[in-house]
Design a protein around this ligand. Sequence first.
Ligand SMILES: [Zn+2]
Ligand SMILES: [Zn+2]
Length: 245
Amino acid sequence: MQLHCLGTAGYHPSESRHTSCYLLPQSGIVLDAGTGMFRLPERIETDSLDIVLSHAHLDHIAGLTFLLDILYQRPVDEVRVWGQADKLEAVRTHLTSELIFPVELPVRWCALEDQTTIELPDCSLSWRPQNHPGGSVAYRMDWSDGRSLVYATDSDGEHDADSLEWMSHADVLLHECNFQDHQKEWAIKTGHCYLGKVAEVSRAVKPKRLLLTHINPIEELVLDPNDRRFEMPVEIVSDGLVVDF
Ligand SMILES: [Zn+2]
Ligand SMILES: [Zn+2]
C-alpha cells in the first residue's frame, strides 16, 4: 500500500509545501482536498475516487475547485466527496457560490452521518469527531489484509477513551502537528496540536509508524532525533514523499 503526500502544509502553501492532500492510489482515496490536489492526475490508478474531508476549512477544500482540470487530464467514472453534512453544505453554499466558483462540481456528495463505517471499494472507512473550531473528523481505513491507517488532522489532540481505542495499533498514524512545543498556547487557542501533545496521543495509541503533517508554513517543525517522548519511528512528511506501508 502506498500513501502519496501531495500537500503537507497547514493554513497556506509555502515555497515547498501545498496544503493538505494525500492519495492512496490503489484504493482511490484522497484525504482532504487542499491545494496539493493539483498533483493528482498522473497518480490516479482507479476508475473512481473517494475524497474524504476532515472538515471544510479552506486549506482542506480549496483543491475541490481544481477538479475540472484534474478530471479533464484524467477522467474517472465517479467522484464521491465524503464529509459531515454541515461541512458539505458549507462547501456547496459558499465555495461553489456563483460569486466564488460559479461551476457545479462533478461529484456525488455523501454525508457521513448516515453511517459510522463506510465500505469503500477496497477498505472500510470509519470516522470519529474531533475538537477543532467548527468541528472536524478523524478517519481510519482498515484493509482486508490487516493494514490500517489513521488520519487525524486539525485536532487539539484531546481524545476520550473510545477515540483512543479506535485509533489504536494502526500501521500508520498520520497526525497533525501544526505547532512546536514553545507555541503550545497558539495550538490551544486555534484547536491544533503541538509536538508534546502528539507524543502523548501516539504513546496512548501505539501506531507502528507516526507521520507528522499539517506543518506550519512559516515556522517549520523540527524534530530532535533524541526526543524520547516518541516510542515509535516518527517523521515529518514532505510534498512528493511516497510512503510504503
Ligand atoms: Zn487546516
Ligand atoms: Zn481547520
